[in-house]
Design a protein around this ligand. Sequence first.
Ligand code: FE2
Length: 383
Amino acid sequence: MATQQTDTRPITEEADFLKLKAFDHVTLWVGNAKQAAYFYQHALGFTPVAYAGLETGNRKAASYVMQQGKIRLVLTAPYHPSSEISAHLMVHGDGVRSIAMEVPDAQEAYDVTTGRGAIGVHSPIEFRDENGVVRVSAIQAYGDTIHEFVERSDYSGTFMPGYRPIEGAKEAQNSVGLAAVDHIVGNVELGKMNYWVNFYHQVMGFRQLIHFDDEAISTEYSALMSKVMENGNGRIKFPINEPAEGKKKSQIEEYLDFYHGPGVQHIAMLTDDIIHTVTELRSRGIEFLTPPPDTYYDEVIVERLQEKNVNIKEDLEAIRKLGILLDADDEGYLLQIFSRPVSDRPTLFFEIIQRRGSRGFGLGNFKALFESIEREQELRGTL
Ligand code: FE2
């Protein structure tokens, strides 16, 4: 079986021209930010730390900044039908509008990327308050998704000027142990994967980490192809998926049909105790994909661990009970689980991942994962 290819070439300094520091935040445009904030707090363990809206003088949109570990999600809902947010919602439903990354210089990031062919959304806008200054520029990514470049080294406030901190926010009380964004996956149309791989390479200075071909990622019914792009310091990873020919409709096509175009498929979030995190999430009502059959735990995992000579620290019975998936490679292993879509449309979902040495993406689980998604597609009548 053709499986995966790993590109281990070091990034040349020349390629690391963009100087991205890390994920800064992810903005979701939603229909009702207040209710979404309740879900992200009480089900997913985030803490609302800042707010903007009518009370802060913003007449256009309400935003809640949700924090857990280093993960920052901004939930934004429009006040007016003429807002570009409303137009976005009409087409896509709730979804990710922006993947924002921190940079040392928002002007430079904008100039460099647009100079290399990116479509500019806006050149740096400066926001000031008594805590300092934040500069933000933005370029177009796949579909209606954008990348914002956030320069915040001269800012000491909670999030950004224009937002008021939420008093008494107690992160430890809400947290389920999610610590950071591991990777964010984009679904693009058939034939467009390499276009976006080239975009991340040539415009953003990323390198290709892994390539999964459709033979590696196929089931009886559907297939996809995926390439993982990574920035210079390795903190930002963007897998890009495109559908491949299968007997029935692939999950990527289902996404594209319901999101009405390319967009963010899932956000993977790191934990250092997945058993605790998933136990908490389940008890708070988060739904995960149907667990794989017993043979997965009795045979697949056992063989995989033996083959890679890996001993796991976790209790296999607890992993089975929670429906957590496991994959091993030469560097170690990883544990992962995928939520069901978090809106009515089968679009955005979350992955919870714990890495113990492995830098992979769970290739060994793709088949189990897909079969699980297909069972649910069948229930939706979209397979
Ligand atoms: Fe993932």
